[in-house]
Write a protein that binds this ligand. Structure first.
Ligand SMILES: Nc1ncnc2c1ncn2[C@@H]1O[C@H](COP(=O)(O)OP(=O)(O)OP(=O)(O)O)[C@@H](O)[C@H]1O
Ligand SMILES: [Mg+2]
Length: 197
């Protein structure tokens, strides 16, 4: 897929189809270790061991509308191609954790894509689901939890237009701040070098 955000949407969709009421999405970009990790944890119905072991192979699905399930195998293929891989931990009745790892700088690693739009899509389509998000880029971190936002909103619904607008801006600003490069050296020190002729 062209963007990792499409895989992320697919993982979250799997969680929701499994009846999750709580989904935790974590993205860790460790530039020093050259690693990008996407982790989705849910409290859905989980998978038994037999399904868990088969789920990364194409054609495993519990869908009834279509005989092939491609979400996880496609993600696994993309991750393996980028010197990483996918692991699935699951316990029936408890939930599932899917972890996908990529070499961050790999030439074929798809870009993350538009995470603001992705999060807003998940949020607006599933306002009753608790969505926790954590995104790290080296030592910087942005976190939010729809449960905390709901507590602050009181009776105002999460899907009220101005609230969504505020959430979108909040996410956009905080995600952008994760990628701002380290501050320049203090002025005085820079100039000291220029003055040597
Ligand atoms: N988070 C999850 N919790 C419980 N079961 C899951 C979860 N993720 C995947 N599964 C199970 O694994 C199967 C395969 O998932 P996969 O995403 O590969 O395909 P799909 O969702 O069936 O179809 P597609 O993603 O192509 O629309 C699902 O049908 C479901 O039974
Ligand atoms: Mg799927």
């Amino acid at each position: 897929m062209r963007e990792l955000s499409l895989h992320i949407l697919d993982l979250v969709q799997n969680s929701l189809e499994a009846g999750a009421t709580r989904v935790s999405l974590e993205i860790s970009e460790d530039l020093r270790a050259d690693r990008l990790v996407i982790r989705v944890e849910d409290n859905g119905r989980g998978m038994d061991e037999e399904l868990r072991r088969r789920v990364l192979d194409a054609f495993t699905t519990t869908r009834t509308t279509r005989r092939v399930g491609l979400g996880l195998p496609l993600l696994a293929a993309a991750a393996e191609h980028c010197n990483g891989g996918v692991t699935v931990e699951s316990a029936p009745g408890k939930g599932t954790v899917v972890t996908a790892t990529f070499q961050h700088s790999h030439i074929d690693r798809a870009p993350l894509g538009n995470m603001v739009a992705t999060l807003m899509t998940i949020l607006t389509a599933n306002p009753a689901v608790r969505l926790e998000y954590a995104h790290r880029v080296d030592e910087r971190e942005f976190r939010f939890d729809t449960q905390e936002i709901k507590e602050q909103l009181g009776d105002v619904p999460l899907t009220y237009g101005p609230v969504l607008q505020w959430i979108r801006e909040f996410i956009a600003e905080n995600l952008a701040a994760l990628y701002v490069s380290a501050p320049e050296q203090p002025e005085g020190e820079n100039h000291a070098q220029d003055q040597v002729h």
